[in-house]
Design a binder for this molecule. Structure first.
Ligand SMILES: Nc1nc2c(c(=O)[nH]1)N[C@H]1C(S)=C(S)[C@@H](COP(=O)(O)OP(=O)(O)OC[C@H]3O[C@@H](n4cnc5c(=O)[nH]c(N)nc54)[C@H](O)[C@@H]3O)O[C@H]1N2
Ligand SMILES: Nc1nc2c(c(=O)[nH]1)N[C@H]1C(S)=C(S)[C@@H](COP(=O)(O)OP(=O)(O)OC[C@H]3O[C@@H](n4cnc5c(=O)[nH]c(N)nc54)[C@H](O)[C@@H]3O)O[C@H]1N2
Ligand SMILES: [Mo]
Length: 718
């Protein structure tokens, strides 16, 4: 459809008659696990979605969708979409299934759950496993939580992404996810993308950064071991050695104090523990030592510190790259100390931005009903799915695994052990998804899920301040059902109280009944105008007055809470777990630090099965420095194996200068069944946890790379 055909956009869901058809335009919300949570406009003709685009009237989306969601209709109507429940007829992992009816599927699941509940191991032998396949409140954390809480299943600690930084940030700031107002970033004059591939993972914020460059002359700096899309388009790139960010932050603090560049008046008012922090930075983190740890030049560290102290407003966009290492929590806690030193919090758009999600104040307790959890229920850390399935955790063995909104057989660390666990014959596995994922291949029963165009939901965001309502735009494709619908049906079969499992609109009303930022935002208003900004001042400048919601009421450069929790009360540098500087023994065998961020064309493993996206992403590659390639006899384009003691995957070598010697990058997260060799990057990652929050350490890996023997004309390798 050409834009001129497009009817004027009426109120949500209203139909307009065009010359030949009845067309309906519906506003929808992007469900992806991404900070942008875009507004979308969907055109429906005779019950079919025929056009989907970014909402130009949405203040954050401003009319464009990312390269992934621009093709969402291909996904909705993909011939590969699951349309019926399936029952396994082959062995686990073999992917041989036969269609069955919903009644049989639900009866079988209910029966397996009843058996587990009444077995000697009890209900905790049931493990739910989910993450953010959709970010919608209702489809990601509503009736599922109530259901598993009510039956007394094991709890899942959802740590795979954000918990290390959340805990670290909270120690410094008092609130886990309050920060600068994203829409005010256009006023910044210095922007640091710190462990953040903003151009690809938060593309609407990136466009605001570009606007700041154009209108304010903002300098954009990126701190990243990889010359990412963001680094390549920045004014300055600091290629830090992986996992050493806390040392850099303390080095910047050293220079700021040494040269007297700190904002003393603001520090006095707004910071706790300044003298101790100052001593730590001055005595322990001189730029020479920081240069040796981080691999950056002394002059680059000093230059950045001086610019940071002198330029206002300045923003640190703190993201996930620095969190996925052993010291990830401490790294975020330490970087979060910098804005107060220079008074950055005083300015709109200034300070740091990790996430906006805590600004919403949802009534999560009403939605998820933690009061239903039987006392003493164990919690399984989702990063340790391998241990859970292999019986290496305390508590009963896992006998029933129910997976939805996630693809752990591709995204969880240490895949060889995850797959060994999933292949257990005595495990009953249910997978609810839109596609036959790597995980579904191991399922006993596969259930077809609805897409975002087919179900109700309500969204907050972790990258802006709008509450958004997603109305179903089309009927479910095939026999697919939403997560909430499936839990309603399972609850009925298990004879659970029907009032605990109401319809989606009731759930939306319950979760909206939250804190002051949500006051006056009702389902009725959201049905009229699908996106409403939280009740917050605009711009939102949360710490301008120097008050922080910590125990001391100030930004805690020293934290007594941390001391009580067993951590250093002051910021410090914790080396990576697999670190050439502190683990020469391991580095002798596996000398390269490998980081594995997602490919910009995928959303973790979502889209990695679709031809269009696969074609643009290309095959699995590993980027390495020319010097490292040369010593291994590897040329650009060679097929190589990347390996350590946990496992190995195959890739094409991309030799160049996008990483420093000693570092390699392999984008994820391909589906195992779609890559050469059948193993993706998570075959070399580990289930070791971060210092705080039980987070994943996906970027904390030492590996070796060798050329494979079957390269054309090759003699190397074995
Ligand atoms: N296109 C796209 N967008 C996404 C996603 C996606 O898969 N694809 N995923 C979404 C999700 S779930 C998340 S959690 C966010 C993640 O958003 P980001 O945090 O921006 O994403 P990553 O690419 O994981 O990591 C950011 C950068 O950190 C770098 N890095 C790795 N180790 C270190 C380190 O030790 N220090 C520093 N300073 N940098 C390091 C990596 O090279 C990478 O370029 O993005 C969301 N948006
Ligand atoms: N090596 C490495 N591993 C990583 C990362 C990394 O950077 N490197 N990133 C990590 C991060 S940040 C994250 S957040 C995790 C993400 O890991 P996952 O949460 O597993 O995310 P996805 O791979 O996007 O898979 C989500 C699945 O949910 C399905 N889905 C979507 N909507 C619905 C729905 O409404 N109902 C149901 N039932 N299913 C639905 C999708 O089809 C998809 O298969 O991966 C982590 N794994
Ligand atoms: Mo994530």
């Amino acid at each position: 459809m050409s834009p001129s055909d497009q009817p004027a956009i009426p109120r949500n869901g209203l139909a307009t008659a065009s010359a030949h058809h009845v067309r309906k335009v519906v506003k929808a919300v992007c469900p992806l696990d991404c900070p942008d949570t875009c507004g979308m406009v969907v055109t429906i003709e005779r019950g079919k979605a025929i056009d989907l685009r970014g909402d130009k009237d949405h203040p954050f989306t401003r009319g464009f969708l990312c390269r992934k969601m621009a093709r969402y209709l291909d996904r909705v109507y993909s011939p590969q979409r699951l349309t019926q429940p399936l029952k396994r007829v082959g062995s686990k992992g073999e992917s041989r299934f036969e269609p069955i009816g919903w009644d049989e599927a639900l009866d079988t699941i209910a029966q397996a759950m009843r058996e587990a509940i009444s077995s000697p191991e009890g209900p905790q032998s049931i493990l739910p496993y989910s993450y953010c396949g959709t970010m919608g409140k209702i489809q990601s954390s509503g009736l599922d939580r109530r259901f598993f809480h009510r039956i007394g299943a094991s709890l899942l600690d959802r740590t795979i992404c954000a918990t290390a930084g959340t805990v670290g940030y909270q120690y410094t700031m008092g609130s886990p996810r309050h920060g600068a107002d994203p829409l005010a970033v256009t006023g910044c004059r210095l922007i640091l993308n710190w462990g953040s591939n903003t151009a690809s993972t938060n593309s609407h914020l990136w466009s605001l950064m570009i606007q700041a460059r154009k209108t304010q002359g903002a300098l954009i700096v990126t701190i990243d071991p990889h010359r990412s899309e963001t680094a390549a388009r920045s004014d300055l790139h600091l290629p830090i050695r992986p996992g050493t960010d806390a040392a850099l932050a303390l080095g910047l603090a050293h220079v700021i104090f040494r040269e007297g560049l700190e904002d003393r008046a603001f520090l006095e008012k707004a910071a706790h523990g300044v003298a101790d922090f100052r001593t730590r930075a001055l005595e322990e983190f001189p730029p020479e030592r920081v240069a040796a740890i981080t691999g950056l030049e002394v002059a680059a560290i000093e230059d950045l510190a001086r610019r940071y102290a002198a330029t206002h407003p300045s923003l640190i966009r703190l993201n996930y790259g620095l969190q996925r290492h052993r010291g990830g929590g401490m790294a975020v806690r330490t970087v979060a100390c910098l804005p107060v030193l220079v008074g950055a919090w005083k300015y709109p758009g200034g300070g740091a931005l990790l996430s906006t999600s805590n600004s919403f104040g949802w009534n999560d307790a009403a939605l998820e009903r933690p009061d239903l959890i039987p006392p003493g229920t164990r919690t399984v850390n989702m990063n340790q799915l391998a241990e859970a399935l292999l019986g290496e955790l305390p508590g009963p063995p896992v006998k029933v695994l129910y997976v939805y909104n996630s693809n752990p057989a591709a995204v969880a660390p240490d895949q060889s052990r995850v797959h060994r666990g999933l292949a257990r014959d005595d495990l009953f596995t249910v997978v609810h998804d839109l596609f036959l994922t790597d995980t579904a291949d191991f399922a006993d029963l596969v259930l077809p899920a609805t897409s975002q165009l087919e179900h109700h939901d309500i969204h907050g965001a972790y990258g802006h301040h709008f509450v958004m309502y997603n109305a179903p735009a089309i009927a479910p494709v095939g026999e697919s059902k939403s997560n909430s619908e499936v839990f309603r049906l399972l609850a009925q079969r298990l004879g659970l109280e029907s009032e605990l499992f109401p319809d989606d609109e009731t759930l939306i009303r319950e979760v909206l009944n939250g804190g002051p930022a949500l006051q006056g935002i009702t389902l009725e208003r959201l049905k009229e105008t699908y996106s409403i900004r939280l009740n917050l001042p605009s711009p939102f400048v949360p710490f301008a007055d120097g008050a922080f919601p910590t125990p001391s009421g100030k930004c805690e450069l020293r934290s007594e809470t941390m001391a009580r929790d067993g951590y250093d009360s002051l910021p410090t540098y914790i080396p990576p777990r697999e670190d050439p500087q502190t683990r020469p023994d391991l580095a002798a065998r596996f000398p390269l630090q490998l980081i594995t961020p997602p490919h910009p064309q995928f959303l973790n493993s979502t889209f990695a099965n679709e031809e269009h996206h696969l074609k643009l992403a290309g095959p699995q590659v590993v980027e390495l420095a020319a010097a490292d390639a040369q010593t291994r006899g590897i040329a650009d384009g060679d097929r190589v194996a990347v390996f350590n003691d946990r496992g190995q995957f195959e890739a094409f070598a991309r030799v160049g200068d996008t990483v420093r010697p000693g570092v390699a990058v392999a984008f994820g997260i391909h589906w195992n069944k779609q890559v050469q060799g059948g193993r993706n990057v998570n075959f070399i990652t580990s289930t070791a946890l971060t210092d705080m929050g039980g987070g994943a350490t996906f970027f904390d890996n030492l590996v070796e790379i060798r050329k494979l023997a079957d390269n054309p004309g090759s003699e190397a390798g074995t």
